[in-house]
Design a protein around this ligand. Sequence first.
Ligand SMILES: C[S@@+](CC[C@H](N)C(=O)[O-])C[C@H]1O[C@@H](n2cnc3c(N)ncnc32)[C@H](O)[C@@H]1O
Length: 301
Amino acid sequence: MLDEVLGHLDPRLGVGEDGEAHVYVDATVGLGGHAEAILERSSPDGRLVGVDRDPAALALAAERLARFKDRCVLVHGDFSELRALLAARGLRAVDGLLCDLGVSSLQLDDAARGFSLRADGPLDMRMDPSSPRDAASVLDTIREADLVDALGRLGGERFAGRVARVVLERRRAGRLSTTGALRDAVHAALGRSRAGGIDAATRAFQALRMIVNHELEALGALLAELPGLLRPGGRAVFLSFHSGEDRLVKHALRGLAQREEPPRLRLLTRRAQRPSDAETAVNPRARSAKLRAIERLAEVA
Ligand SMILES: C[S@@+](CC[C@H](N)C(=O)[O-])C[C@H]1O[C@@H](n2cnc3c(N)ncnc32)[C@H](O)[C@@H]1O
């Protein structure tokens, strides 16, 4: 949904009222696709701070964005700490913020990262390999009731109780140390390997990944900081691929748009925008995408 993202973010060349260049943050810079488009659109003055918690993604983004190196800085960090990451670079607020949630193709396609259902790898699933707890360690310590809750709430798994029981039994028995073994355990619990054309373990993988990476918690923290992160006239765009994420974004943005006290914000999207049929035909991952955007209103003197 690149066109829609750029349409709402509206990256601009030139300088703001304070005489400073416009500054944009891509809080999930990934492989740098959106960042590249923002830098192109805001050429020759616009600056971009690209944040990601995955150093491997940042290395690839650095190559892709090398030609913009005077206007672009890449930062390893978690967007839940965006305010501090920006402050460390002398920035309080920005003109545009993009958050394209979820995993990248780089993470999904590398079996060694442990996100993949198809290729066997370690039970890792950390977006940031320096974070302390991987999926194996989560499965070693999580209470069965909490896993049942997460499988249902984050994965939408209807048979969460059955899946949690089999997965934890196998883990405790030392029979579950790879993604392949996790997939087999879920298939055994559900008594089938596919449903509706997708692997039956998809929901469990998604839930576990979201626990390992504290995905909803990080998003909640960013949304709580949002008004202070935007300059007057600044805009924020969120792309979600998970109903729980979209719900969090929807409620937070609606709440912000109803605030009586400054800073005042207004919704740029009344409802979530969805990708066109043409886009989902080319990029099936876009199928579940929902875009929402908000703007901080300019202050009236
Ligand atoms: C869908 S990809 C972004 C793709 C990117 N827009 C592009 O054009 O290549 C999501 C990225 O967000 C990163 N990410 C997810 N949660 C994060 C968080 N809390 N803080 C920082 N980065 C995060 C992931 O590591 C991943 O690289």
